[in-house]
Write a protein that binds this ligand. Structure first.
Ligand code: PEP
Ligand code: MN
Length: 340
């Protein structure tokens, strides 16, 4: 349920509505990023809330009381009709311009990352990606350089001005990763790690939340809700392919997720064609399709020497292929009145 206050509602009127919400056992939530004075009533059963609609209408300063039909509330379009734009320094995610994050799957060395960072910047990327803590299927595979990688990411940011996005896998690493990252990534495997979601929800760092391989769009939105409900409204959603019976590609791109998410949520939506396909040959097609479908940005793996990459080499573009992709994406973006 949301209570929409009149624009001229006084702070006292807002406070008395919030106190009443608490008195009857619910939690009032006002999103600091929302211009409209909307109080979300969180917790409890929706059926019980239906009886309260009339009750809250009678409070001075209340304009309207609406029930939200979805299980996600703060992430819903009903709560926040306009698109959310997440700001990372000067870089916007959401809005008319597309945001392209590019970089290696894993940070492997300073020279590797700095070289890739410089080239993706020149090609027009606005964010640098690079893994420090890697969620690998095999415990014997490269697990990432940890803090050393975070320091290298910070150097690359200093050298290029590109904000950096990197994954955090564990609640105990959040404070460390937060010191270096401009955006913290929650990977597909951790999308339903609720303690981790709550922990990053307590930070002020924007979050890139990737959809789990076996999770529905609704599951993804419920996970976003965990983060926002803890007080962090800056969540970017990422479709990265799901597991299906199809085994010709690493995952199956759920292109439907883009328009469905755009319909149900105000949060920015990006797509990761590298993990969705698992093969550099298909990255361009799926990247173009994502932009055409309305994604707000892309996450692209780029490596200077994919054959020797310590992770995800087969799906990584070489820098010159990324440059070529960017020029094609500009043409797709122009066709749908967007910019890159
Ligand atoms: C990654 O971005 O390198 C990654 C591991 O992604 P995902 O969690 O989507 O597999
Ligand atoms: Mn990867």
């Amino acid at each position: 349920m949301i209570i929409i206050m009149q624009t001229q509602a006084t702070p006292e009127q807002i406070q008395s509505v919030e106190e009443e919400i608490q008195r009857i056992g619910f939690r009032p939530f006002m999103n600091p990023g929302v211009e409209r004075k909307v109080i979300a009533v969180l917790g409890g059963l929706d059926a019980k809330k239906a009886d309260l609609v009339e009750h809250f209408y009678s409070f001075p300063g209340v304009e309207r009381v609406d029930l939200i039909s979805h299980l996600w509330k703060l992430a819903s379009r009903e709560y926040h009709p306009d698109d959310t734009i997440v700001m990372i320094g000067d870089v916007k995610v959401g809005g008319n311009a597309l945001t392209i994050a590019a970089g290696p799957c894993s940070v492997e060395s300073e020279s590797q990352l700095l070289g890739i960072a410089q080239s993706v910047k020149e090609s027009g990327a606005s964010l640098l990606r690079g893994g420090a803590f890697k969620p690998r299927t095999s415990p014997y595979a490269f697990q990432g350089l940890g803090e050393e990688a975070l320091k290298i990411l910070a150097k690359a940011r200093e050298a290029t001005g590109l904000p950096v996005v990197t994954e955090v896998m564990d609640t105990t690493d959040v404070a460390l990763v937060e010191r270096y990252a401009d955006i913290m990534q929650i990977g597909a495997r951790n999308m339903q790690n609720y303690s981790l979601l709550k922990r990053v929800g307590q930070t002020k760092t924007p979050i890139l939340l990737k959809r789990g391989q076996g999770c529905t769009i609704k599951d993804l939105l419920m996970s976003a809700e965990y983060i926002i409900a803890e007080g962090n409204p800056d969540v970017i959603l990422c479709e990265r392919g799901i597991t299906t019976f199809e085994d010709s590609t690493r995952n199956t791109t759920d292109i439907n997720a883009v328009p469905v998410l755009k319909h149900w949520t105000h949060l920015p939506v990006v797509l990761d064609p590298s993990h969705a396909t698992g093969d550099w040959r298909y990255v361009e097609s799926v990247a173009k399709a994502s932009v055409a479908a309305g994604a707000d940005g892309l996450l692209i793996e780029v490596h200077n020497d994919p054959k020797r990459a310590l992770s995800d080499g087969p799906q990584s573009l070489r820098p010159e292929q990324f440059e070529e992709l960017m020029s094609k994406l500009r043409r797709v973006a122009t066709a749908i009145d967007r910019t890159v």
